[in-house]
Design a protein around this ligand. Structure first.
Ligand SMILES: C[S@@+](CC[C@H](N)C(=O)[O-])C[C@H]1O[C@@H](n2cnc3c(N)ncnc32)[C@H](O)[C@@H]1O
Length: 308
């Protein structure tokens, strides 16, 4: 049998076993998998012939490639969990099944938060913010690093909460790996903004809160891809009350934790934005500054402001 090139093996396996992947997704997965296993950049992989990979030295890599392809295609493990890495705003984040895999549209929350940190807000140091349901820490860490880089002379203090101890450990690990200044983010085990350790005080006087909370109704579980349903943490996906439970708690607790005129930025599911906006206005003291869309054009984000 002629020697096989690992790129061809990966391409063929994914095409046969995961035909629903788009060509672009398949190409990206093949590249990342083979680069990780053979520890060569894609450009180098492309220029090597199949013979190059037949040496004894590559036997463990071939074994690993077959195991990963099996996990990906039979068990439907997401690629990011296999590689233990997901990219968010141009940075690599360690991910484990204890945390949601960061999604590209969530990056919009960081951009929106940075847009709200106006020159007057910056002058009023220290500027205090919180990320509720931090998971891998992607939002909190990206925001802290952007603030560190762009406003080195302004004091910002962040709090990143999660109800999962394992998620907080992942977030802390990412903060260390990505060199966030140790005083820039305090990680807090909390139900939204209420610390689970009752000796800790809930944060108050915040200028800004951002959150991508769990918002999927458990009724929708059968509609999710196996990669999501079987592998991502249920606590990061589902929220009772048709997906609204954590969002509702967030609005109530944020209306207490924020300063007057402070901002609350929330990501929600498709079709939820109007209900959340109505609720924030009628049941809590918020004004809706904007409802904005994800890359697919669905209204998925709200910018709320606590009334002064
Ligand atoms: C959708 S994930 C978002 C993770 C990360 N911020 C991101 O955007 O990739 C929601 C996160 O909220 C956490 N969570 C769920 N319920 C919570 C609660 N009541 N209080 C605090 N965190 C909660 C989950 O553990 C999970 O890490």
């Amino acid at each position: 049998m002629p020697p096989c090139h690992p790129l061809d093996v990966a391409k063929q396996t994914l095409a046969e076993k995961l035909p629903a992947l788009s060509v672009e997704q398949r190409q990206a997965e093949v590249r990342l998998l083979v680069e990780a296993v053979f520890q060569l950049p894609y450009s180098a992989l492309l220029t090597k012939s199949a013979d190059f990979f037949t040496t004894e030295a590559f036997q463990p890599a071939w074994q690993q490639l077959h195991t990963l392809l099996e996990d990906r295609t039979i068990h439907r493990t997401p690629l990011q969990y296999l590689l233990k890495q997901a990219w968010f705003l141009g940075r690599p984040f360690f991910v484990s099944p204890a945390v949601l895999i960061p999604r590209p549209e969530t990056e919009l929350l960081v951009e929106a938060a940075l847009g709200l940190i106006t020159p007057s807000a910056k002058a009023e140091a220290p500027f205090r913010w919180a990320d509720v349901g931090t998971g891998s820490g992607c939002l909190a860490i990206s925001l802290a690093l952007a603030l560190q880089e762009h406003y080195p002379s302004v004091q910002f203090t962040g709090i990143a909460t999660d109800i999962s101890t394992e998620a907080l450990q992942v977030a802390q690990h990412n903060a260390d790996e990505l060199k966030v200044a140790s005083q820039a983010i305090a990680f807090l085990l909390a139900d939204v903004l209420t610390p689970l350790d009752t000796s800790e005080k809930p944060p108050v006087g915040l200028d800004l809160i951002l959150s991508n909370p769990p918002y999927i109704s458990p009724i929708l579980a059968p509609t999710l891809a196996p990669e999501v349903l079987k592998h991502e943490p249920a606590g990061a996906l589902f929220s009772g009350d048709c997906g609204f439970e954590v969002v509702r708690k967030l609005i109530i607790q944020a209306s207490i934790a924020l300063k007057p005129d402070g901002f609350l930025l929330i990501e929600v599911g498709s079709g939820m934005a109007k209900t959340v906006a109505d609720w924030a206005v009628t049941q809590a003291s918020f004004t809706v500054l904007s409802v904005w869309s994800d890359y697919a054009g669905h209204e998925r984000f709200l910018t709320l402001q606590r009334k002064g």
